[in-house]
Design a protein around this ligand. Structure first.
Ligand SMILES: Cc1cc2nc3c(=O)[nH]c(=O)nc-3n(C[C@H](O)[C@H](O)[C@H](O)COP(=O)(O)OP(=O)(O)OC[C@H]3O[C@@H](n4cnc5c(N)ncnc54)[C@H](O)[C@@H]3O)c2cc1C
Length: 324
């Protein structure tokens, strides 16, 4: 035992980068347990993702490629992972803490009546036994937990672990998919994809977020112009989302998305703890707020006390001029 299985996430056959952070944790655990790190790619027509992941130092890149898995439904996916774990003697299974894994992993853990640590943000070891750190109370406290069941499951906060570096290439190993979506009691109906030219919020190098200070959708238009010059994703505070100015998949924070881009620009948002929980791991934080006492300045590397309606267009114009 001691083997680790990384549940890869792919979209249209392309590996999601967050998976690479889960591999990093998997390697740390396997180094102590003496096991191997394998990965599992599931979907329909997703062989390219297995080729992509195999170079990151995994021993086997299991490929469950079947029309039965073409559309994500947790039940057949969980059954497939369980079968791979049983035949591969995997003690641990980790996936990046995305919406996909938050849906899949608890279901999987329940199949094994096993323990699970969510949103793992660090690991230490008691001998070979991993002690997982995970945030509680909106990130205001960190709990250190061990999992005592035979199989152990975890979702990994991608912002807290470096991406795995390419290493020795593993072997793509096809697996037979026995799961039948027609028998799982849940039917796939459709996938409502939001089409956007912008990078995906959780994968973007630059994120520009707005809050209540944007005063309406037109305030976000100003941020979008800046985003266009920086090829950035747009984020938002819950206040802006709840006001209906932007869709809720843009919300950053405790009940939104967790991001850690190279650059996070927060304009017209106060920096409530629930918002900080989703972005404080960003490498460089820039805050633009007209209130010099706003809490966002306590985490900002660069702070500008200014009216965003003046400062942001000036910044956009200066960046455009510098690029010209
Ligand atoms: C259980 C729970 C979960 C939550 N989860 C989240 C979450 O995931 N994400 C999240 O964001 N929030 C979350 N919240 C809400 C959070 O507590 C705050 O209410 C919210 O983040 C505030 O949004 P805001 O900063 O946009 O608004 P405000 O706090 O009202 O701040 C607006 C800021 O804009 C500034 N401003 C105004 N006009 C201008 C201008 N012209 N130029 C520059 N600055 C200006 C003001 O000085 C002020 O600092 C949660 C709350 C709870 C209770």
């Amino acid at each position: 035992m001691g083997n680790v299985l990384i549940i890869a996430e792919q979209f249209k056959g392309k590996l999601k980068k967050a998976t690479l952070s889960a591999i990093t944790l998997g390697k740390m655990v396997a180094e102590k347990s003496g096991g191997a790190v394998d990965a599992l790619v599931m979907g329909g027509g997703v062989a390219a993702a297995a080729d992509e992941i195999k170079v990151y130092g995994v021993k086997k890149a299991f490929l469950a490629d079947s029309p039965a898995l073409e559309n994500y439904v947790a039940e057949p996916y969980a059954q497939t992972v369980a079968e791979v774990m049983k035949s591969g003697g995997h003690e641990f299974a980790f996936a990046a803490a995305t919406a996909f894994a938050k849906d899949l992993m608890p279901r999987l853990a329940s199949k094994f009546t096993a323990g699970m640590a969510s949103e793992i943000c660090g690991v230490s070891f008691d001998g070979a036994k991993p002690v997982f750190a995970r945030p509680v109370w909106a990130g205001n406290a960190i709990a250190h937990v061990t999992i005592e069941s035979a199989q152990k499951f975890g979702t990994v906060r991608a912002t807290e672990f470096e991406h795995a570096k390419p290493g020795e290439a593993g072997v793509v190993t096809p697996v037979t998919v026995t799961a039948d979506p027609a028998k799982c009691g849940v039917k796939y109906v459709g996938f409502a994809e939001t089409k956007s030219e912008r990078p995906e919020l959780t994968e973007a190098r630059v994120v520009i977020s707005g809050g209540r200070g944007c005063k309406g959708p037109e305030g976000f238009k100003i941020l979008e112009e800046l985003a266009d010059t920086l090829t950035a994703a747009i984020g938002a505070s819950r206040a802006a989302v709840d006001s209906g100015w932007v869709p809720n998949d843009l919300q950053v924070g405790q009940t939104g998305k967790i991001v850690a881009p190279d650059l996070y620009i927060a304009a017209g948002l106060s920096g409530a703890i629930q918002h900080l929980a989703g972005m404080k791991g960003s490498k460089v934080i820039v805050a633009i707020n007209k209130d010099s006492e706003a809490p966002i300045f306590s985490v900002a590397d660069y702070g500008l006390v200014a009216d965003l309606f003046k400062a942001v267009p000036e910044l956009t114009a200066a960046l455009k001029a510098a690029k010209a």
